[in-house]
Write a protein that binds this ligand. Structure first.
Ligand code: HMG
Ligand code: MG
Length: 310
């Protein structure tokens, strides 16, 4: 089996813009997605089909996808967050329209559900307990697969929760096991507030890999485990290096380091940004592993992304 190369998902258009006070207009978001997909990433997390009352910044998800449909690249996957079946319905409608209007076989390739390893964050972010979020996903994941969509399952607060404090690796792995039982293709571990150190993230990764038959990749060499780091204390690059040593081959990052979950912010203190794609690329290079990022294009996308935030 050939070991997979690194897979990078740029989450700037979704995780980057969801926390912005200003609402960015759809053509500007479309430009950001286009610039980001030209950097050589494998996947772009374009937007979310969530309640517009909860995240008004991304309420134009369907329109944004429609602007991307005429020029969907073959070599980049598009994904979107869906918290419930209503979100999945919206994603399927987008795909149907793209097929009818532009002959695009599948505009959205993957849908991502999201829950938490901690009850405090699950409630704050989804108005539901962990158990209730899993109940929402039970019909959603098989339906997504019937429509040949890949499914990612995020677990937030894998090291620490802004509301409940420290989270144990076993707590994380228990939620991961439940998501795998529901049929999720990929587990994405979110260090939502950037609390991880190489040692704490190692403990979580090892516990979760244990539930993945001892490997972070599946029988086809595709990554089943992704790491989603935020860079609050400047530890994210070192965490990537440790994760690479442990066999993790899939990472989220954001052009220009945009990001932060609005529901992770506390006492007026804004949640920190995602690991910048440039920081991720440096860590991959330090580990001596090849990657597919075009640095010039990345600089262009990062400058544009940073120009969008106040
Ligand atoms: P709720 O208020 O409990 O839901 O929210 P509800 O079922 O009672 O519905 C309330 C209203 O929302 C209704 O509309 C529904 O139709 C509507 P109304 O009748 O009042 O007009 N609604 C929807 N509208 C559009 N799309 C939908 C949808 N669902 C319901 N899918 C809900 C529950 C989950 C919907 C809400 O809590 C929500 O949308 N939360 C999303 C929060 C969010 O997006 N957070 C950021 C993403 S997670 C993250 O950033 C972490 C991550 O980056 C990893 C990491 O860093 O850890 C992924
Ligand atoms: Mg995040």
């Amino acid at each position: 089996m050939t070991p997979p190369t690194i897979r990078i998902t740029d989450v700037a258009p979704r995780d980057g813009l969801q926390a912005e006070h200003a609402i960015i207009d759809t053509p500007t978001k479309s430009k950001l997605v286009t610039l980001v997909q030209e950097t050589g990433v494998d996947e772009v997390e374009v937007s979310s089909f969530v309640s517009p009352k909860w995240v008004p910044q991304l309420s134009d998800a369907a329109h944004l996808f429609s602007t991307l449909a005429p020029a969907k690249p073959d070599n980049v996957l598009y994904s979107a967050l869906v918290p419930n079946e209503k979100g999945l319905d919206a994603a399927l409608t987008v795909n149907r329209s793209a097929r009818q209007d532009h002959g695009v076989e599948r505009l959205i390739d993957k849908v991502s559900v999201f829950t938490s390893a901690s009850e405090g964050f699950a409630l704050k972010n989804t108005n539901a307990t962990i158990e209730e979020t899993l109940k929402r996903f039970a019909p959603l994941i098989p339906r997504a697969k019937e429509h040949r969509l890949r499914t990612r399952a995020y677990i937030s607060c894998v090291v620490r929760c802004p509301f409940d404090g420290d989270v144990s690796p076993v707590q994380v792995a228990d939620v991961a096991s439940r998501l795998l039982e529901l049929g999720a293709d990929e587990i994405d571990l979110g260090d939502t507030i950037g609390a991880a150190t190489p040692d704490t993230i190692e403990a979580v990764i090892l516990e979760v890999i244990d539930r993945l038959d001892g490997r972070a990749t599946n029988d086809f060499g595709d990554p089943t485990l992704t790491l989603h780091l935020h860079d609050t204390f400047g530890n994210a690059g070192a965490c990537v290096e440790r994760a690479l040593e442990l066999g993790v081959r899939s990472f989220d990052s954001s052009a220009g380091g945009l990001g932060g979950c609005p529901y992770a912010s506390k006492d007026g203190q804004r949640a920190p940004g995602n690991i910048a794609t440039s920081t991720l690329v440096h860590a991959i290079e330090r580990a001596g592993i090849p990657h597919s990022i075009d640095i010039e294009q990345l600089n262009r996308a990062s400058t544009f992304a940073q120009g969008l935030i106040g």
